[in-house]
Design a protein around this ligand. Sequence first.
Ligand SMILES: C[S@@+](CC[C@H](N)C(=O)[O-])C[C@H]1O[C@@H](n2cnc3c(N)ncnc32)[C@H](O)[C@@H]1O
Length: 319
Amino acid sequence: MASSRSSQNRRDTGESSRPAHVPVLLKEVLHFLQLEPGLTVVDGTVGAAGHSREIARQIAPSGLLIGIDRDALMLDIAAHQLSGLSSRLVQASYAELPQVLARLAIPAVDRILLDLGLSSDQLADESRGFSFSSAGPLDLRFDATQGEPASELVARLGEQELAGIFERFGEEPHSLRFARNLVAFRARRPIRTARDLAEAVAGGGGKVAPRGSHRRGGRHPATRVFQALRIAVNHELEQLETALHGGLYQCLKPGGIVVVISFHSLEDRLVKQAFRESKSWQLLSPKPITASPAEQRFNPRSRSARLRAAKKLLGPKQN
Ligand SMILES: C[S@@+](CC[C@H](N)C(=O)[O-])C[C@H]1O[C@@H](n2cnc3c(N)ncnc32)[C@H](O)[C@@H]1O
């Protein structure tokens, strides 16, 4: 876990901090969180503070927003967005929430939000490699000081291991073909940038992509491979499982509410199972909440969003 800072004394990052990210399902998040002045709320994936800014306003003047993100650059944007509002920002993983709260001497909180995955600002950052067209290094880590960049992972692993990652974390039907393409490509030249990876997967360097795999449904053939590698280098599913099987429950006050937005079925399945199977949660959204057609038109990122909300029960649920 890295540093914590209050929103009063951070550097003003100015115009360059204006976020590109549009918060997803904002109205629905606010509906399920049932906010009121004085609450203490954790945004475990604060990002560009699109949700957090509105939350901080609704719990003012006596409430406190605790914004967590693994990415220091996102925390800079969040700091700018939250200036003048009561907040504490911490560079950490939401999986470390119990330790974060212990350091802040806060025993438990009223609400927790997780809006999983990647922000549009990270996608737009050429130096991170999140976008196919990026000529910057293929990194894909949220916190570039921890773990292994994706360029090292794709250089190190064998064909079968790569195919396993593409299948498990990307649900990629052509996982073995794409892994083979990648291995053939890297034998000719190293995969250093996101653009290299996109080219390698699509069969650049002599190999041909499988029939029908190009632009499936308008998507680049490497879409699922990028997702899989990002999940792998950030250990995203392990982080989510850690939070779902302990941290969230432990850190919420009885009667407290958690809202989770996920963007692919691997995450959504974990959230659904954790809330359904545990006797500690009352489901507030028996079915996942999805974005309205109008929101999907306005913000295409919202198309895959699934929101689930649950309340921490005072005692075990009676079946
Ligand atoms: C979809 S964005 C959040 C956007 C935010 N709700 C907003 O409206 O601006 C997800 C954010 O979560 C961060 N993130 C991903 N995994 C994380 C983790 N395990 N712990 C903390 N932050 C994480 C990413 O760095 C990214 O900034």
